[in-house]
Each structure stands twice: as structure tokens, then as C-alpha cells.
Write a protein that binds this ligand. Sequence first.
Ligand code: PEP
Ligand code: MN
Length: 337
Amino acid sequence: MLIVMNYSATAAEIDDVVKAVRNMGFRAEPIPGGERTAIGVLGNEGYVDDAVIRDLPGVQEVIHVSKPYKLVSRAFHPKSSVIDVCGIKIGKGCRPIVAAGPCAVEGEDQIVRTALAVKAAGADLLRGGAFKPRTGPHTFQGLREEGLRLLALARKESGLPIVTEVMSPDHVERVSECADLLQVGARNMQNFDLLRELGRSSKPVLLKRGMSATIEEFLSAAEYILTGGNPNMILCERGIRTFETAMRNTLDLSVVPLIEELSHLPIMVDPSHATGKRSLVPPMVRAALVAGAHGILVEVHPEPEKALSDGPQSLTFQGFEALMGDVRRLRSFLGFE
Ligand code: PEP
Ligand code: MN
């Protein structure tokens, strides 16, 4: 439920409404706006009878929000959120950012060389998995602790902030020591204990859409993190499972403007996992930027044919450099630089 106050409502009237909501056993969250204040009601399951609220002085309107997510919704938070990752601003009105790097950290030479190459080409963040959520147990599972150490080294050598995946609630603290942005992978989008733990953190989180998740499920997963007290959330579309098998997944780009309507959170796009095919990555990066994505996530490897995971979708250094030329031209076309 959202209570919209009159533009002339006084602080005392707002306070009385907050108290009335609390007396009903719910949480009240005042949302100051440009012209008027709204009060979000949290903690209710289902419809709330608004009889005691509706007639209080200063109340203009009571809107029943039927969606299962509230704190992530634009109705509760009309102003777009901009998330700060080590001084890099991600969100509406900011220059779209580029996170690039290998699927997995494989060794010192591989990750440091990639960090320096993507930095030289203009990337803002270095990606690389230390803990890898692989579909089968007989494939490379990541260097884990050693991978984190190498990411810290690559960060030092290149100066690029790190985005890396955290798979378990027990690892949030340790991964946070070297990550600047904590990634929740598609397979863990509904790992609720992990989401709760991330809600207790203040590190920015990049939440990837589950491969079979609806938008409502995606935003509800983000709601766990915001409800836990961590407002530093970025969403990421990475393709969904459809009947089509020619691509690894189907990139659902309509999500970008839809999220913008439904939520104040920034949304990035990962065309590497969405397509699974190197040649399709640059055109989908361009499309994502034009659709309004606030950033892109792409896989880059020094020798994709030798990569321990996701080689076919990884760009070479040369391919990434060419892509960054497109990104620069599009940023300028879109009015960002
Ligand atoms: C990744 O980005 O490393 C990854 C595993 O992607 P996803 O969770 O989207 O499959
Ligand atoms: Mn990958």
C-alpha cells in the first residue's frame, strides 16, 4: 500500500499517518517527493483495509500495490537510483559502463594480461569468476580462494574495480574483501539465504536474472536484498531459456525499458551469456545500449580457444577493442560523451 499525502500536508500530519500504520502492525517508510510525500507500507501480506488511514488529515490518496515487490518499485521510489562502485556511477543519466574479463580466473598471466588489455581499451570494471556455478560437476569449477587472490592482484596491477560471483552466504564476507561489486549468478537468483546475507552487506550487488525467471520473480529477488537493508543493487539481463536452441539463451532486451518503468534500479545487459556466440556479442551490445542499458558485461579472453569455460562466447582482445570503438560512438550518439 502506498499513501500519497497532499502537497500541503504538514510534518505533523505525515507523522500521524506513520504512527497509524505502525499501530496496524506494519512498517511505514516515508518517501519524500519533489511536491509531496508518499508513505510506503511494508510488512503486509495481501490487501490491507485502509479505512483508518484514508480519512486522516493530509491524506490525498491510498494506492493498493498488488505487486510482491515494493522497495524496488518505482511507485515506492520514483527517483532512479544511481549506484556507486568505487566512484563509477551506474544508472540513469550516467555514461553506460563496461565490465569485461574472462568467464573464469584461470591463472595469474591470464587475468593480469586481460585486466591490462581491457583497461587499455576503455573498460570500467574487470569481471572474472573465482567461484564458478557450473552446470555439471566434471567441468572446471574455478580457482576459488586462489582466484580471489589473483583478482586482487589484477585489481592492483590495472586499477580496475572487480566484479565477481559469490555463490554461498558463507562466502559473502570473504568475497567482499576483494570484490567491489558482488555478482549473484543466474543459477542463484533465488538462493534466498544468499540474498538475505547480501541484504545485510553494504557492498553493491549485481543480480543476474535467472534463466527461467519472470520479471516479477526477478524483481522479487531484488526485493530481498533491499528489504535486508542494502540499497546498492544493479539488475542484469543475461538471456532466458526459450524453445530456441540456435543461441545459448534468448536475449530479452525489452526488459531494459520495462525495468525502467517498473523499478528505480539500474539495469545492465550481458550479451555473452545471452547469445553464447562471439559474433553475436557486438551487435547485441549495440542494441542493449540503444535500448537504454546502464552498462554491459562481456567476456574477454586472451586465447578464447583455450578458455576453460565459455570460450565460444569470449571476445579476443582485438575484438574487445573494436567493440569499445562502437561503444564510444554510441555513447556520443546517446549524448554521454
Ligand atoms: C557469469 O557471468 O560468470 C555467469 C556464470 O553468468 P550467468 O550466471 O548469467 O550464467
Ligand atoms: Mn561465463
